[in-house]
Design a binder for this molecule. Structure first.
Ligand code: AMP
Length: 189
């Protein structure tokens, strides 16, 4: 199965993705993790990526697609994968569609994890205390939420029109959220 997780920062995508990985036995492709990995290197590309990430802005679409395509070409992705935080723009969704149509693959499900704004800010501030991510201070959090609304939220319509979207109430407990996700996945298999 190929599943996309869409949700604003702090919605619990990473946590739920990890649980689903265990259940389905397919890899999790987190573009946030991949980009942080690039950022850790000592190269001009790393510094360029860092500028985007630290400002809470999206990395350029074609760069992200290139990194994802390299990962998708690895054998462990043949049976499927979970996209955590990708695509994040309509252009990325189109690039992914083109990639899949060239390799005769397709997406099976898009999960939309819905959480209200105030809750997201609280969760992200708490995470900033626990992890040292560099992009979780208050202003950057606000910037990332705005980026989600303007650039990523339009994807919901894009996938709804293709009949792929299932919305999950992300305000419930992690166990309840996962149960809904499990049911949505079971409905597609
Ligand atoms: P995440 O760990 O998914 O919250 O991503 C952290 C940061 O990485 C985001 O705020 C963006 O700056 C960048 N990023 C992650 N995924 C993407 C993507 N698909 N396209 C562009 N930038 C991304």
């Amino acid at each position: 199965m190929r599943i996309v997780f869409i949700g604003p920062p702090g919605a619990g995508k990473g946590t739920q993705c990890k649980r689903l990985v265990e259940l389905l036995g397919i890899p999790q492709l987190s573009t946030g993790e991949m980009l942080r990995e690039v950022k850790r290197q000592d190269t001009a590309l790393a510094r360029w990526v860092a500028r985007h990430l630290d400002a809470g802005e999206l990395a350029p679409d074609h760069l992200v697609m290139r990194i994802v395509a390299q990962r998708l070409a690895q054998p462990d992705c043949e049976a499927g994968c979970l996209f955590d935080g990708f695509p994040r723009t309509i252009v990325q969704a189109q690039l992914l569609d083109e990639y899949f149509s060239r390799s005769s693959r397709k997406l099976d499900l898009v999960l939309d994890l819905h959480v209200v704004q105030e809750q997201l800010v609280l969760r992200l501030l708490k995470r900033a205390e626990l992890e040292d991510r560099g992009d979780d201070d208050y202003d950057t959090i606000k910037a990332r939420l705005r980026v989600f609304e303007t650039q990523t939220a339009p994807l919901l319509d894009y996938y709804r029109k293709r009949g792929l979207l299932t919305t999950i109430d992300g305000m419930q407990s992690p166990d309840e959220v996962f149960e809904q996700i499990r049911l949505a996945v079971a409905a597609r298999t």
